[in-house]
Design a protein around this ligand. Sequence first.
Ligand SMILES: NC(=O)C1=CN([C@@H]2O[C@H](COP(=O)(O)OP(=O)(O)OC[C@H]3O[C@@H](n4cnc5c(N)ncnc54)[C@H](O)[C@@H]3O)[C@@H](O)[C@H]2O)C=CC1
Ligand SMILES: O=C([O-])CC(=O)C(=O)O
Length: 321
Amino acid sequence: MCSEQLRVLVTGAAGQIAYSLLFSIAKGDVFGKDQPIILLLLDITAMLPVLEGVVMELQDCALPLLRDIIATDMEEVAFKDLDAAILVGSMPRKEGMERKDLLKANVAIFKSQGSALEKFSKKTVKVLVVGNPANTNCLVAAKSAPSIPKANFSCLTRLDHNRARSQVAMRCGVPATHVKNVIIWGNHSSTQYPDVHHCMVNMSGSELTCFDAIKDEAWLKGEFIATVQQRGAAVIKARKLSSAMSAAKAICDHMRDIWTVNYHYWVPDDLIYSFPVQIHKDKSWKIVDGLGINSFSQTKMDATAAELMEERDTALAFLGV
Ligand SMILES: NC(=O)C1=CN([C@@H]2O[C@H](COP(=O)(O)OP(=O)(O)OC[C@H]3O[C@@H](n4cnc5c(N)ncnc54)[C@H](O)[C@@H]3O)[C@@H](O)[C@H]2O)C=CC1
Ligand SMILES: O=C([O-])CC(=O)C(=O)O
């Protein structure tokens, strides 16, 4: 049994993603089956009565690793001495909106919470930004916490990764675990580029390139990309609510991989852009470089970077910096 308890914050803890997420974290799916944790749960004041119900349910799960639950509407309480921060709390989009339409409503939250990380959390805290637009909110949080290394900040594009992997797997008739090295470049938005040029598929024991396994280049370069780019919108259209169960699963995959040193996302100088990376045993990480990029990929990678630069400039203008 690990002796030190980890202090783990989830914001937006009374919301729908948190409702799917908290049980997985509390039962050890993310930080390890022998790692005791203290959950810190932040939401706005008006949601405290709902949050109290979530706390009661967590207590009623009688989980051995969950040593304490601190539910609050105060940043100075929620961000104190954190080891990990999962920043979900913010407004979700509705049908017909792009995620960047949420900038005005959400970006101030991440400035305030970045400052709270700076003031109250451990300098080693690992921060995962989920609230949309996730890349730009993450950039704002990182800028607001200058004494915490930028490499400790990442945003959630793992859901896009999981979606892409699953689309390929379904097309090939294999489990998702038989599909590897799918890459999501850029923004968690409809300009993101799901790239299968380095993807391998295990078909009946043989490793094939994704293009050889699927044998339909037009699908891979057209419908596949559009499906992954538009998947969040398709779920909203169907459910009238944005993805929550799959978002929670992706958060667990992302944070667990950071914790167990398998995978990470790169933070370039002044953008939060999704890249493939390798993580080393000492928790340092390195971009996977030397990948061949053809002109099809380059055009798509440039388009999503251009959108991120525009979002960054809009966000900073909203914040008056
Ligand atoms: N990056 C990704 O892959 C994904 C991101 N999202 C985003 O995650 C966010 C949350 O989604 P849901 O849980 O479905 O929304 P929700 O509306 O069900 O829950 C959000 C919660 O955040 C709380 N909140 C608002 N402002 C807050 C603040 N300043 N501090 C703490 N809590 C605050 C709300 O009171 C609410 O309880 C949205 O921005 C959504 O677009 C959703 C799915 C995937
Ligand atoms: O689409 C949305 O607004 C929610 C989200 O980020 C996703 O499902 O990928």
